[in-house]
Write a protein that binds this ligand. Structure first.
Ligand SMILES: CC(C)(COP(=O)(O)OP(=O)(O)OC[C@H]1O[C@@H](n2cnc3c(N)ncnc32)[C@H](O)[C@@H]1OP(=O)(O)O)[C@@H](O)C(=O)NCCC(=O)NCCS
Length: 377
């Protein structure tokens, strides 16, 4: 017998426990983010992104030899199939880079066997996608602008390779460290909208390509991944900290949302944002662009004073990317490159202990209407 749900509904599923995971949690005592038990901010300070990929995908930090293997594998996997390059070249330069990534993953899935993948095969595809996506994105980006794709030094880190692909120059040590930290901090965040989308798709016994395609679609929205770009566009509108304060007061009086602020889960502050604030300050000083940082800080102070809201991970990441010369439309795609590791871990976790995710809805519509034939309506 079909049961009728009668429970109250929590809009947006806020605070609803929708499953179990051993990948990530937020420590309720201090709101710190933990990846498999390790503090994400500590990892951002001490680890390299490749270590965190291993931690999330394999369930533990790699030994020296294992880390070498992951680093090598990701370098090898950067090679794109010719058919994909052909597709990327056909996409217009006006395409949204998130749509480019979504298309790239979907196309890679379409040229595969289309069989049901074992857990090991899913894992191999995960590493392959993590290795390929920066090259797919930047191939489209440069080629569609009539530029050649910068050659990258094979031996450097994932973070350095990506920056070099974007800017065409070798990043300095501080830039590499900041991009590395940002990739680590964005890597995983429990049952956020994109990860949950990936798990729902996986739960139907669909494949990792489909799950990641869905996740990228979810991350594209401005309430999720898209906030870092909107935050930067906002910061750039202001000419001084005073101008920023006035502008933000005006926006808040019109009940407009300030992108890069607030969070569904964190209520006291986002630990990731403190790390990125510290780094963007260092970078601003190094690049003699302290005014930009001061404007960002004035926005932070005003939003905090007026609404009690704090910056989330997106706000100061945006400032750091800008100072490193990353074009704004690539900010949300960086989130994809990073979150691929978290999505992969969740897809594998769902696949290894699966039950179809299929919630119910509380119905508010009409009941038992009589059908009136079309010619009598
Ligand atoms: C992240 C976010 C979607 C969380 O949303 P949520 O839990 O559904 O919270 P709500 O949107 O219901 O907001 C609750 C209240 O705070 C206000 N608020 C939340 N974020 C705000 C923001 N960034 N700027 C201004 N007001 C904000 C809302 O207007 C609402 O006020 P009200 O009760 O007077 O109507 C929301 O904070 C937001 O839209 N932030 C901007 C986008 C962003 O930075 N996203 C990245 C998330 S990591």
């Amino acid at each position: 017998m079909v049961t009728t749900p009668t429970e109250n509904v929590t809009k947006g599923l806020e605070d609803v426990i929708a499953g179990t995971t051993s990948i990530c949690t937020i420590n309720p005592a201090n709101e710190s983010l933990l990846y498999r038990g390790y503090s994400a901010t500590e990892l951002a300070e001490h680890a390299i992104f490749e270590e965190v990929i291993h931690l999330l995908v394999e369930g533990r930090l790699p030994k020296k030899r294992e880390l070498k293997r992951v680093v090598k594998l990701l370098v090898q996997e950067r090679k794109l199939p010719k058919k994909l390059v052909k597709v990327l070249k056909q996409l217009p330069d006006t395409a949204n880079p998130m749509s480019v990534l979504r298309t790239a993953v979907s196309f890679l899935g379409a040229i595969e066997d289309n069989k049901q993948y074992s857990i090991d095969e899913t894992k191999q595809i995960a590493y392959s996608l993590i290795g390929k996506l920066p090259f797919a994105l930047m191939t489209w980006y440069h080629v569609s602008r009539g530029q050649s794709v910068p050659k990258v030094t094979k031996t450097r880190s994932y973070a350095a390779r990506f920056l070099q692909l974007v800017t065409g120059r070798e990043p300095d040590e501080l830039e590499e460290r900041i991009m590395n930290a940002s990739l680590i901090l964005y890597a995983e965040h429990e049952f956020n909208a994109s990860t949950f989308s990936a798990r729902v798709v996986t739960s139907t016994l669909s494949d990792i390509y489909s799950a990641v395609t869905a996740a990228i679609g979810a991350l594209k929205g401005p309430l999720h991944g898209g906030a870092n770009e909107a935050a930067m566009e906002l910061i750039l509108k202001f000419s001084s900290p005073e101008d920023a304060e006035r502008g933000i007061m005006d926006m808040l009086s019109k009940k407009q949302k300030i992108m890069g602020f607030g969070h569904r889960v964190y209520k006291k502050g986002d630990s990731r944002s403190y790390v990125m604030k510290h780094y963007s300050k260092d970078l601003a000083e190094r690049k003699n662009q302290t005014k930009l940082f001061e404007i960002a800080e004035a926005i932070e102070k005003t939003v905090k004073a007026q609404k009690g809201l704090f910056p989330n991970a997106d706000f100061y990441s945006a400032v750091a990317y800008y100072l490193m010369g990353v074009p704004i439309p690539l900010y949300t795609p960086i989130f994809v490159l990073s979150r691929m590791s978290g999505w992969s871990a969740h897809i594998l976790e769902q696949q290894s202990d699966n039950r179809l995710i299929r919630p119910r809805a509380l119905y508010h519509g009409p009941q038992q209407l009589d059908y009136v034939p079309n010619d009598r309506r």
